[in-house]
Design a protein around this ligand. Structure first.
Ligand SMILES: [Zn+2]
Length: 122
Protein backbone atom coordinates (compact mmCIF):
# COMPACT_ATOMS: atom_id res chain seq x y z
CA UNK A 1 0.00 0.00 0.00
CA UNK A 2 1.35 3.33 -1.00
CA UNK A 3 1.69 5.94 1.63
CA UNK A 4 1.23 9.57 0.82
CA UNK A 5 3.07 11.99 3.01
CA UNK A 6 1.91 15.53 2.96
CA UNK A 7 1.65 18.45 5.28
CA UNK A 8 -0.47 21.50 5.70
CA UNK A 9 2.47 23.66 4.73
CA UNK A 10 2.97 21.78 1.46
CA UNK A 11 -0.72 21.75 0.64
CA UNK A 12 -0.88 25.49 1.23
CA UNK A 13 2.20 26.07 -0.89
CA UNK A 14 0.74 24.07 -3.78
CA UNK A 15 -2.60 25.82 -3.51
CA UNK A 16 -0.95 29.23 -3.66
CA UNK A 17 1.11 28.26 -6.70
CA UNK A 18 -1.85 26.75 -8.53
CA UNK A 19 -4.04 29.75 -7.83
CA UNK A 20 -1.48 32.42 -8.74
CA UNK A 21 -0.55 30.52 -11.92
CA UNK A 22 -4.19 30.16 -12.88
CA UNK A 23 -4.91 33.86 -12.39
CA UNK A 24 -1.84 35.19 -14.20
CA UNK A 25 -2.27 32.73 -17.11
CA UNK A 26 -5.98 33.34 -17.60
CA UNK A 27 -6.47 37.02 -16.85
CA UNK A 28 -4.89 40.04 -18.51
CA UNK A 29 -5.48 42.16 -15.44
CA UNK A 30 -5.44 41.06 -11.81
CA UNK A 31 -6.43 43.70 -9.27
CA UNK A 32 -5.28 43.15 -5.71
CA UNK A 33 -7.05 45.07 -3.01
CA UNK A 34 -4.45 46.01 -0.46
CA UNK A 35 -6.80 45.46 2.46
CA UNK A 36 -6.01 46.23 6.02
CA UNK A 37 -5.52 42.55 6.86
CA UNK A 38 -5.32 43.06 10.61
CA UNK A 39 -8.64 44.90 10.58
CA UNK A 40 -10.20 42.29 8.33
CA UNK A 41 -9.13 39.45 10.65
CA UNK A 42 -11.64 40.76 13.20
CA UNK A 43 -14.31 39.65 10.76
CA UNK A 44 -14.49 35.89 11.45
CA UNK A 45 -16.15 35.06 8.16
CA UNK A 46 -13.14 36.45 6.30
CA UNK A 47 -10.40 35.58 8.78
CA UNK A 48 -10.01 31.94 7.76
CA UNK A 49 -9.77 32.72 4.05
CA UNK A 50 -7.18 35.42 4.50
CA UNK A 51 -4.85 33.59 6.87
CA UNK A 52 -5.09 30.42 4.76
CA UNK A 53 -4.27 32.36 1.65
CA UNK A 54 -1.04 33.75 3.14
CA UNK A 55 -1.72 37.09 1.56
CA UNK A 56 1.83 38.40 1.31
CA UNK A 57 3.10 35.29 -0.46
CA UNK A 58 0.04 35.32 -2.69
CA UNK A 59 0.68 38.85 -3.93
CA UNK A 60 4.43 38.16 -4.30
CA UNK A 61 3.72 35.18 -6.58
CA UNK A 62 1.13 37.10 -8.56
CA UNK A 63 3.66 39.82 -9.22
CA UNK A 64 6.49 37.64 -10.51
CA UNK A 65 4.21 35.28 -12.44
CA UNK A 66 2.49 38.19 -14.15
CA UNK A 67 5.84 39.02 -15.77
CA UNK A 68 6.12 35.41 -17.01
CA UNK A 69 2.64 35.25 -18.52
CA UNK A 70 2.24 38.85 -19.61
CA UNK A 71 -0.61 39.79 -17.33
CA UNK A 72 -0.79 42.95 -15.30
CA UNK A 73 -1.12 43.15 -11.52
CA UNK A 74 -2.51 46.35 -10.06
CA UNK A 75 -2.76 47.10 -6.38
CA UNK A 76 -5.90 49.00 -5.55
CA UNK A 77 -5.32 51.43 -2.74
CA UNK A 78 -6.77 50.23 0.53
CA UNK A 79 -8.63 53.50 0.98
CA UNK A 80 -10.19 53.36 -2.45
CA UNK A 81 -13.58 51.78 -1.94
CA UNK A 82 -13.46 49.83 -5.18
CA UNK A 83 -16.33 47.49 -4.42
CA UNK A 84 -18.52 50.40 -3.36
CA UNK A 85 -17.78 52.61 -6.35
CA UNK A 86 -20.08 52.52 -9.38
CA UNK A 87 -18.06 51.35 -12.39
CA UNK A 88 -20.44 53.23 -14.67
CA UNK A 89 -20.60 56.74 -13.14
CA UNK A 90 -17.97 56.62 -10.36
CA UNK A 91 -20.31 57.59 -7.53
CA UNK A 92 -19.45 55.65 -4.33
CA UNK A 93 -22.04 54.09 -2.06
CA UNK A 94 -21.97 54.79 1.67
CA UNK A 95 -22.31 51.12 2.60
CA UNK A 96 -22.35 47.84 0.73
CA UNK A 97 -22.63 44.78 2.97
CA UNK A 98 -20.83 41.60 1.82
CA UNK A 99 -24.15 39.73 1.71
CA UNK A 100 -25.50 42.02 -1.02
CA UNK A 101 -24.59 40.23 -4.23
CA UNK A 102 -25.96 42.74 -6.73
CA UNK A 103 -24.57 46.24 -7.07
CA UNK A 104 -27.25 48.83 -7.72
CA UNK A 105 -26.29 52.47 -8.22
CA UNK A 106 -28.84 54.96 -6.93
CA UNK A 107 -27.14 57.75 -8.91
CA UNK A 108 -27.35 56.32 -12.42
CA UNK A 109 -29.36 53.10 -12.10
CA UNK A 110 -26.44 50.86 -13.12
CA UNK A 111 -26.73 47.25 -11.94
CA UNK A 112 -24.16 44.50 -11.85
CA UNK A 113 -23.71 41.13 -10.15
CA UNK A 114 -20.79 41.45 -7.82
CA UNK A 115 -17.92 39.27 -9.06
CA UNK A 116 -16.79 36.30 -7.04
CA UNK A 117 -13.86 34.07 -7.76
CA UNK A 118 -15.35 30.65 -8.40
CA UNK A 119 -12.03 28.98 -9.11
CA UNK A 120 -11.62 25.71 -7.24
CA UNK A 121 -8.19 24.13 -7.71
CA UNK A 122 -8.53 20.52 -8.77
ZN1 LIG B 1 -23.66 54.90 -11.14
Amino acid sequence: MQKIHTSTANARKNLLHETTSYLTKNYDLVVIEDLNVKGTLKNHALAKHISDAAWGEFTRQLEYKSTWYGSRVVKADRFFASSKTCSSCGVPKATLPLGVRTFHCEACGFEMDRPQCSYQPG
